[in-house]
Design a protein around this ligand. Structure first.
Ligand code: ZN
Length: 168
């Protein structure tokens, strides 16, 4: 069976900076493979295009420019926030506002949004909400472990159920 829309794909991959010799960013191996419903738009389009049509057992290797991946970092994603936002019960945890710390916050719609503390002043905190991989060219390599039909329930939910998938 080939990778395509409405298929559940199980795969391993290595993500490196720039090219096959680049620094390793993430490794997903067979013990805990990546399982996902192909074609629901949750992944980078070029990532899906590059896997489309492969069969289980096939290996892949491809590169994404930063433009095809997470884009360039923007100044708009650097945001100054009132320090009081970080208070819980009127207090800020001692080790929270340290430059380089990643803090999970919420956007206007209540979705989780990770930011990095870049500067702390008396009253404000500058946070960087750029994607951590913004500006990076990426290299993916790996292997398709399994391809199966998605169930109707999985298709209507837009995600995978069962082992390695969404449990409910
Ligand atoms: Zn579900």
């Amino acid at each position: 069976m080939k990778v395509g829309n409405q298929k559940v794909v199980t795969l391993t991959y290595e993500l490196r900076q720039k090219d096959a010799q680049g620094q390793m960013i993430q490794k997903v191996d067979k013990d805990k493979p990546f399982v996902y419903l192909f074609g629901v738009g949750s992944l980078l389009p070029k990532f899906e295009n590059s896997l489309s049509g492969l069969e289980s057992g096939e290996k892949f290797s491809f590169e994404l420019t930063s433009e095809e991946a997470y884009g360039e970092p923007t100044k708009e994603a650097l945001i100054d926030l009132e320090k009081s936002i970080f208070e819980v019960d009127g207090k800020i945890e001692d080790d929270l506002l340290i430059v380089g710390n990643q803090i999970t916050m919420q956007d206007q719609n209540g979705n989780p949004l990770d930011g990095i503390v870049v500067e702390v002043t008396d009253k404000t905190v500058k946070m960087d909400f750029n994607h951590p991989l913004a500006g990076e060219d990426l290299h993916f390599s790996g292997e398709i472990i399994d391809v199966r039909e998605a169930s109707e329930e999985e298709i209507s939910h837009g995600h995978v159920h069962g082992p390695h998938g969404h449990q409910h």
